[in-house]
Design a protein around this ligand. Structure first.
Ligand SMILES: Cc1ncc(COP(=O)(O)O)c(C=O)c1O
Length: 381
């Protein structure tokens, strides 16, 4: 059973940071974590670990690496050799480590906006150059722009970061799309970092394809159970790097930074999640799918000027508000609906906002009603 829980007063970024700033009346519907308690199997494993009472230095065992290999096989039909697995303190920190290992200041890194804001930030903070190869909007969806990609690559372009499924538009890239991208990366000797952190929340009939199924040379896959099992606060992640040269270099940097020690609860949670959490996950996906369908129908019927694509995966929905004629739709809904959405400007598209649907249906209905009332004000203007 999914339990949505009051998260206020838990030093929680989603609620406490926003309510402190805007007051109790604001409904936060932004950052990508969920309002549900994690899987009971994870909680049971924690309780057992807590009762043991000793939290000394730990390491990632064969059982831990086996859990990851089995998960990729079982969930994505993707065979991996456990020796490809590398450790990390979070997907975004791993991207920073990869950038520092494989590129120099001034080198160019490609991303595909609209996209997860830390992709921009981590490139900029490390003094590399952001190259935007924007997604193309089609009638009902988004696609990669391969012609554009070929045009932006030059001799300073070293790396490309993709989000699969894509945060925020919810595309689950299929084999053909990934193959086309990968063949271009090989042609220009680019390293492709595939952030697969949203891979577990996929809506039928879509199927997730890891980039590892398409190719292994120059490929780095990053993942963690953080999003899926609502445990991102445990800051534990992993990478899959079949290419030995890349794997050795990544690991050398991790060691230089003294970031190899794991965290007891991160390790406990990953094993419990990947060995025992599947039933809970399947229930979660069904629940999220019904929330997604509810929002989609509501927007189509009540806010027809908002262009909403049906996400194939992720618990995020991307509202293209271009036709509303607003300078800042995030600010508009914040002020007039008292709903705090992610600002599309942070993703590279100031006409859009992103909604997080991983909350109770009751709260989602309240969010939709409030947004509709604000939307109706526009017609009266
Ligand atoms: C695409 C994507 N990558 C990475 C992260 C964060 O990963 P981590 O907390 O492991 O750094 C998120 C969180 O929203 C995300 O959406």
């Amino acid at each position: 059973m999914l339990h949505s829980t009051d998260r206020r007063n838990t030093d929680c970024v989603k609620y406490d940071a926003i309510i402190d700033k805007y007051g109790q009346d604001m409904i936060p519907a932004w950052i990508a974590d969920m309002d549900f308690k994690t899987a009971p199997q994870i909680l049971e494993a924690f309780i057992k670990r807590v009762e043991h009472g000793i939290f000394g230095y730990t390491f990632r065992s064969k059982r831990y690496y086996g859990a990851i290999a089995e998960w990729y096989k079982r969930r994505y039909n993707c065979s991996i050799d456990p020796k490809w697995i590398v450790d990390g303190p979070g997907v975004v920190p791993m991207i920073a480590i990869l950038i520092n290992t494989f590129t120099q200041p001034g080198d160019k890194i490609i991303i595909q906006p609209p996209v997860y804001p830390p992709f921009f930030a981590v490139i900029k903070k490390n003094e590399r150059i952001i190259i935007e190869n924007r997604l193309r909007k089609t009638q009902n969806s988004y696609e990669m722009d391969y012609d554009g990609l070929e045009k932006v690559i030059d001799e300073r372009t070293k790396l490309m970061i993709i989000s699969n499924p894509h945060n925020p538009v919810g595309r689950v890239w299929n084999y053909e799309e990934l193959e086309k991208l990968y063949s271009m990366a090989l042609k220009y000797d680019l390293i492709v970092v595939s952030d697969e952190i949203h891979a577990d929340v996929i809506y039928k009939p879509n199927q997730f394809t890891s980039l590892l199924k398409v190719g292994q040379k120059n490929v780095v896959v990053l993942n963690s159970p953080g999003k899926t099992f609502n445990i991102p606060g445990l800051t534990n992640s992993y990478g899959l790097i079949p290419d030995e040269r890349l794997r050795v270099s990544y690991t050398e940097t991790l060691e230089k930074l003294e970031l190899t020690t794991g965290n007891v609860f991160g390790i406990t949670a990953l094993c419990a999640a990947y060995y025992h959490g599947e039933e809970w996950l399947n229930e979660l996906i069904d629940f999220l799918q019904s929330n997604r369908d509810y929002v989609y129908d509501f927007v189509k019927n009540n806010m027809p000027l908002i262009d909403l694509t049906l996400p194939q995966g992720t618990f995020l929905m991307w509202f293209d508000c271009s036709r509303l004629g607003l300078d800042n739709p995030h600010q508009f809904f914040l002020q007039n609906a008292k709903v705090y959405l992610n600002n599309g400007a942070d993703f590279g598209d100031k006409s859009s906002v992103r909604l997080n649907i991983a909350c109770s249906r009751k709260m989602l209905e309240q969010i939709m009603e409030r947004m509709k009332q604000a939307y109706d004000l526009l017609a009266k203007r």
